[in-house]
Structures are given as C-alpha cells and as structure tokens.
Design a protein around this ligand. Sequence first.
Ligand SMILES: NC(=O)c1ccc[n+]([C@@H]2O[C@H](COP(=O)([O-])OP(=O)(O)OC[C@H]3O[C@@H](n4cnc5c(N)ncnc54)[C@H](O)[C@@H]3O)[C@@H](O)[C@H]2O)c1
Length: 387
Amino acid sequence: MFDKNTIIGIVGSGAMGSGIAQVAATTGHNVVLFDNNATALNKAKTSLATTLKKLEEKGKLKNADEILQRFSFATDINAFADCGLIIEAIVENLDVKKAVFKQLETVVKDDCVLATNTSSLSVTSIAAACTKPERVIGLHFFNPPPLMALVEVIPAVQTNDAIVAASKTRMEQWSKVPIIVKDTPGFIVNRVARPFYGEAIRILEEGIADIATIDWAMTELGGFRIGPFALMDYIGHDVNYVVTETVFQSFFYDPRYKPSFLQKRLLEAGWLGRKSGQGFYNYGEGIQTPVPVKDTVLGNKIVQRIVVMLINEAADALHLGIASAQDIELAMTKGVNYPKGLLQWADDWGADKCLAILDNLYKEYHDDRYRASVLLRKNGILLRKFL
Ligand SMILES: NC(=O)c1ccc[n+]([C@@H]2O[C@H](COP(=O)([O-])OP(=O)(O)OC[C@H]3O[C@@H](n4cnc5c(N)ncnc54)[C@H](O)[C@@H]3O)[C@@H](O)[C@H]2O)c1
C-alpha cells in the first residue's frame, strides 16, 4: 500500500506538522507540506532547513541538502493530488478538521490514505465526514516527532483493516514504535497519564505537600524524569488543562478525570507556565526556586498515591481492551518516558498492595475517582501474564 516512493502530504506546518514532515523526508519520502497561512509555512521552511543543517553539522545525518530537496511547500491544497498518505496536523477543532478532510477527498487519489494527528478528538467522527471513511485513520505522534518514538495508530470504527496493518508497518519503517489503540478519549497516553497531573494537584489542594516537594518526591523517589508541576508548566496550561477537560467531558464526566479549579484559574489568569513566565512556578529572573521538604516518609506517600492511580488507569485500559498489555507498557515508556511500564510497576508492588491503597483512598474520600479496576480486584492476578 505504501512504499518509499509514496509521496507524503502534511496538512499544517506547525510544531507537529513540520516535525512529522522531517521524519518522512529523512526516511526518503518526497513530502508536500501545506498550510493555509503563508507566514507559518515560510517559518516552517526556514526552520526545517536550519534543523537539518544543524543535524548534519553534529554528524547525525549526512545529506541535509538532499533531504531538503524532497520537500515542496504549498498553500494550494491541489498540491496533494499525487500523495499516497496525508497526515493532518492543524488546529485541534473537530469542525475545522472535518471540513479539511472533506476538501482533501475532492483533491486526492481514490487510494490515498487520510490520517489525523489529533490528540483528543474522535477519529470516527472525522472519518464520518468523508465519502470513503474506510481510508481514514489516526496517527498520533508525540512532540517533538523526530525525537519521540511512539506513534498511536488509531483505527476509526470504519477503518479498513489493511490500512491499519500498512500504517503500522510504515511507522516501523520510519523507525517509530507504533501501538494500536481503540478510538477512545485520550487514546492510551493521554488517558493513562491523567492522574500524574490530577492526583498531584489534589495532593497540593489538600495541603499535604507543596509543588516543590511533590516534584521532588516524583523525581527523586519515583524516578520520573520531571515532576508533575514542572511538566504541566512545560506543556502549558492552555494545552494540559484543555486535554484534561476534553477527556473528562468525553468520558461522560467520570470523576476519575475531573479537572481542577486551581489549574483552570492559572489558565484564566494567563499563567500558562514556562511560555508566559509564570505557572505553578515563577520563571522570572532572579526568582528563587522553592525548596522541597525532603521528608522521605511524606515523599513515598506522595509517590504511592500518584503511581497507584496511574497503575489503576493502565489496568482499567487493559481490562477494557483499549490496547494490549505490551502496547500499554510501550505507550508510557516511549510516549511519556516513564521510568518503567505501569503494569510492571503493579506487579513489582503486587496487585494486592495496589488494591489496598486504592480501597483505603476510596474509604477515606467516598469518591468514585478512587474506585479500583476490576482487574486489580481479581485476587493475586499478575498483570505481567498479559505481556
Ligand atoms: N503540540 C503537541 O504537543 C501535540 C502533540 C500531539 C498531537 N498534537 C496535535 O497536532 C495538531 C497540530 O498541533 P500543533 O501543536 O502542531 O499546532 P500548531 O498551532 O503549531 O500548528 C498548526 C498549523 O496548522 C495550520 N492550519 C490551521 N488551520 C489550517 C487549515 N484549515 N488548513 C491548513 N493549515 C491550517 C496553522 O496555520 C498552523 O501552522 C493538533 O491536532 C494537536 O492536537 C499536538
């Protein structure tokens, strides 16, 4: 279905679109990069040239000029006429994406596959806007696409099986780690990772520990590369809060995914994190970073509460068949760089211990947020056995 000669079309030349275009061109494809904003497109063209040259200087690739010649840049959608695979990476808005997919179908060949890089919208809804919904699929890359190995491959309800298999193979040929995920809110990574942020905020709101202490506990004791508050500030609250809210609404208001007022207020204040100079932390010049309370008893409690909630999400996603156990482990280690897979973590702690922590939280709070997945409740089960 796809081979090295397939011309790849990319819609949207922002952070994700140009990153995906770089991956495709570096693997040998000719790439058409399209944007309806000529300024954005020019910016992408300049920055792709700079990035490829820099990689060449560092010895990470040999042929920057050759790769650059594989690109064509377009503000006219008709430039996609000869493409065999188009990946859309425009604004995260269902109506706009549907309109673009409808327009794409009037331009492309009958056998051209149409993929969306949406992080949170229903791939099935986007496919339903097309006359050939069976050729639509989700290919969810992570930021930045050239560096992050994971790609979530999301068949819509209507997607043809052969397109799923060919897309997975193509992603492998692009040196990516593709996992197959059901078309459900947040797919795997953005669903399972919610408690990393949400539970950390709860601990803060309840006055159990401050941001610096929670971040210290999760990095120093939990082994995560970055703490939840530093990470939310890095992602930006305009993105991170909106993903949480979308996942919460899409799960029919399941309390497990309930957003916090604290983060909503940061967003309303324009305290978006690093990019605005202030989020949970203040990034102003000369401002001292808050000092954590390095109390390991408290720290281990924090790690236990957040990690057990992550484990519960992973176990429930497995229970509901959202992805295979192996793919859930790959998702969290390759998509968000967790120190180990959550199912592995459950087995290391023991399902009984995880269940006891969750049941204690449930007893204390009487909140459905802390209900344990039935998979953990099945006595003595080893999640590893699914791997
Ligand atoms: N940024 C991330 O971390 C990330 C990660 C994974 C997935 N995503 C998803 O990828 C998509 C793009 O995100 P981004 O961060 O690259 O956005 P971005 O704002 O950096 O870029 C979007 C680009 O699309 C262009 N565009 C908008 N509407 C268009 C249209 N109708 N036709 C053609 N071009 C159009 C804009 O001019 C802009 O250049 C979104 O769906 C987002 O949810 C983002």
